[in-house]
Every structure is written in structure tokens, then in C-alpha cells.
Design a protein around this ligand. Structure first.
Ligand SMILES: C[S@@+](CC[C@H](N)C(=O)[O-])C[C@H]1O[C@@H](n2cnc3c(N)ncnc32)[C@H](O)[C@@H]1O
Length: 392
């Protein structure tokens, strides 16, 4: 259902399966009467269910006080009228006011609960946001930049472009981009406040100016459409259970004729000599571990298909191997150590692996480090780079 009035550019829908009533758009009525159709449909939907009913406002970008009061009063009336009913309100942290406003309802009635969608929706989010990833990302970017510095130009990046780095993490890549390519504008977006704080601190310390760090949900960005000449999204499609939703957004914010550039991994292709066998075993298990949390660390070679299906043309794709020969082998070893800490130390534990399984998982990481630091050893981590053009 879509409201016609421009000031009420919002829509609602009801999903019977999930017992969920969703609102999206901009809800700014002058008088509460203007919402009467929506409110009576909400009431009608609630009448069909028992138990828990969900009101989802996470896609509501704007809402004035008139609308909030109408909705809040309706929700309170509904739980008061029906002993068997409880209501859960889902907000989004991207729209800062929403959680704050709706949280008041929790205090008024114990039959109302409120949660932020973003912090619960992405299965791997907790690992990414707890800070454990910071050392991983730091060391990874240090070594991948060695390859990407020039690859980016092959994929169409030039100075003075308008650039966005979506899922920017701790911002190291944005800093390197800013120094090397001098974009006319650089927006770096992520969903982790701690990573963004860190990114701002690093940029400040290094005296790097001009990067606009913004908090946002990559699957529903508040950035305008058709804005950027070059959009990067590195090592991140692989952390979402539905990467096509992110790609749709990357496509949307890219200018027609501009390019979207993604990098992803295929961890089961990590390799090392000596001790190839235990190394292989561990990385096969890493792929299963990520899959357990609905993430796909094997996504790299699938990027081409994802880009084509998202509507891009002129796809360019290649892979490079980060190795212990790229620079200081200790840097490579540091990446592997940070993987072991998070994958074996946190994710496997959360999956419920036994001590023996965790020991076996750790063994392959340690053997990979051994191969990296061995005077005659070789250790590699493959990365897939792909970019596509948004048709003009
Ligand atoms: C594996 S990290 C990659 C970070 C960075 N691109 C890099 O290569 O160093 C994935 C990033 O995606 C971010 N992320 C996860 N879900 C997100 C979402 N819904 N919206 C925006 N960023 C998100 C995480 O906070 C994390 O910084």
C-alpha cells in the first residue's frame, strides 16, 4: 500500500507469515487523521494474530511527532486491549532517532519490546564489530595495497573522481586512496561505530583530510543515487548472507558509466609449503565455519556472476596472491595470527566446536605461519578483484 500525498511519501505492508507490519519512507502528516487508513490496516492485521506481533519501522527515513504519537498510541492501545498480545518494534540504528523514540514504549508497557534491526540481522556482525577484526583489517590492507595500488587504475580509478568506499572498516584503504589518487570527493561508509571512530582517529593523526566518514547500513544507504564515479567495496560482500542486496545499493549510488570495484576471498585456496596438508584442512574448515554464520568466505570467484546479475557490464576480473614474499614475511604471519585469534578463538567457540576440533583448526594456522617464516617456505592468500560498469 502506498500513500498518495507527497508529504506522506510512505508505504506499508503486512506479512502474514512473520506477523509483521512494516512501514517505510517519510511519514510527516500535519494531522493524525491523515494516517487513519494505515492505522486501521495495522489494527486489522493485529486482529488476525495472537502472540507476538511485529511492527517494523527500520525503513522509515523520516517521522514527525504527529506520526510518532499516532503510532505509539495505537501500539499501546493494542497491547492494552488484548491480554494475549505482545508487540515487538524493530528500528534501525541508521536512523538515529528511531530507537531512542520507540524505546520509551518499552518503559511504559512490559508487553512491548524494541530492538535495532542492524545489530541483530547480520549473522557475522558481532565478530566484525567487537573490535577483533581491527588487527585483521590493518595487516590485510597493508599487504593487499601492494597489489591494489596499481590494479585500481586498471579498473578505471583516476584522480579527481568522486569515490565511495562502502563497508570501509577502519578506513586504512580510504586513507591510502586519498593519498594515492587524490579523489575530488571520498565518502567512506561503515556500520561499525567503533571502526569509524578508529578510522577518524587514524586520519586525524596522519593529517589526512577530505575523507567523509559516514555511519550507514550498506544494504539501505541514505546516500543519493547516481553520485559516484567509482565505488569500492572490499572483503565485504562475503560477510553478508545476501550480497545481492549490497550490490543493488552499490549499483544505485554509482553514476551511469561509473564503475563498482569489489574484492573477495576464497579461503579454501590459501596455501603453504611445507605442511600443505594441515594448512589445506584448516582453510577448508574456515569456509565451513563462515558458512555456519551465513557468510561466504569462498565468494571471490563468484563475484563475476554477482556483478552481471546486478546489471553491470564490461566486467573486469582477476585474482592476485598475497604471499610471504611480498615484503616482510612477518606481516604475512601477522595476518594469519589475527585470523587464528578470531576464527579459532571466537567463531569456532561460538559454533560449539570441541577443544580437540579447535586445536586442529589452530594447527593449520600455525603451520601456515611456519611456512611463511620458513627460510625456504612459501605461503599464499588469494584475493579476487572484480569490477563492473553501470550502463550509461
Ligand atoms: C571484512 S570487513 C572489511 C572492511 C574493509 N573494507 C577492509 O577491507 O579492510 C567488513 C566490513 O563491513 C562492515 N559491515 C558489515 N555489515 C555492514 C552493513 N550492514 N553496512 C555497512 N557496513 C557493514 C563491517 O563493520 C566491516 O567493517
Amino acid at each position: 500500500m502506498i500513500a498518495e500525498n507527497a508529504a506522506l511519501a510512505f508505504a506499508w505492508s503486512y506479512n502474514d507469515n512473520d506477523q509483521e507490519f512494516s512501514l517505510k519512507g517519510s511519514l510527516r502528516p500535519q494531522k493524525s487523521d491523515e494516517l487513519s487508513l494505515c492505522m486501521s490496516e495495522l489494527e486489522g492485521s493485529v486482529a488476525k494474530v495472537s502472540g507476538k506481533f511485529y511492527v517494523n519501522v527500520r525503513r522509515l527515513v523520516r517521522m514527525n511527532n504527529v506520526a510518532f504519537h499516532a503510532l505509539a498510541c495505537k501500539i499501546l492501545d493494542l497491547v492494552r486491549e488484548r491480554a494475549d498480545l505482545s508487540i515487538h518494534v524493530t528500528t534501525s540504528s541508521v536512523v538515529g532517532w528511531a530507537t531512542r523514540k520507540f524505546a520509551v514504549l518499552e518503559a511504559v508497557s512490559d508487553k512491548i519490546t524494541v530492538s535495532e534491526y542492524d545489530s541483530e540481522f547480520y549473522p557475522g556482525q558481532t565478530f566484525l564489530e567487537e573490535g577483533g577484526f581491527i588487527p585483521i583489517l590493518r595487516t590485510q590492507t597493508k599487504l593487499t595495497w601492494h597489489h591494489e595500488r596499481t590494479l585500481l587504475a586498471d579498473h578505471g580509478l583516476k584522480p579527481d573522481m568522486e569515490v565511495a568506499d562502502i563497508c570501509c572498516g577502519i578506513g586504512d584503504f580510504a586513507v591510502l586512496l586519498q593519498k594515492e589518487y587524490r579523489p575530488a570527493r571520498l565518502v567512506a561508509l561503515d556500520h561499525s561505530r567503533s571502526s569509524l571512530d578508529y578510522a577518524r582517529k587514524v586520519a586525524g593523526e596522519f593529517g589526512v583530510r577530505g575523507i567523509d566518514y559516514v555511519f550507514g547500513d550498506a544494504s539501505e544507504m541514505l546516500l543519493e543515487s547516481d553520485q559516484f564515479d567509482f565505488v569500492t567495496c572490499r572483503h565485504s560482500l562475503q560477510v553478508f548472507d545476501r550480497p545481492e542486496l549490497i550490490l543493488r545499493e552499490l549499483f544505485r549510488i554509482c553514476k551511469p558509466g561509473g564503475r563498482v570495484y569489489v574484492t573477495n576471498e576464497k579461503n579454501s585456496h590459501c596455501l603453504g609449503e611445507p605442511r600443505a596438508e594441515t594448512i589445506q584442512k584448516t582453510y577448508n574448515e574456515v569456509a565451513r565455519l563462515w558458512a555456519h554464520f551465513n557468510m561466504d568466505i569462498e565468494l571471490g570467484p563468484k563475484s563475476r556472476r554477482y556483478l552481471i546479475e546486478a546489471g553491470f557490464d564490461d566486467i573486469r576480473m582477476e585474482s592476485f596472491m598475497v604471499t610471504n614474499r611480498d615484503g616482510n614475511p612477518q606481516d604475512f604471519a601477522d595476518i594469519i595470527q589475527s585470523w587464528e585469534n578470531v576464527y579459532a578463538g571466537q567463531m569456532a567457540v561460538q559454533r560449539g566446536d570441541s577443544e580437540e576440533e579447535i586445536r586442529a583448526l589452530r594447527k593449520g594456522f600455525q603451520d601456515h605461519i611456519f611456512a611463511a617464516l620458513h627460510p625456504k617456505g612459501y605461503a599464499g592468500w588469494p584475493v579476487w578483484v572484480a569490477s563492473g560498469r553501470k550502463p550509461a
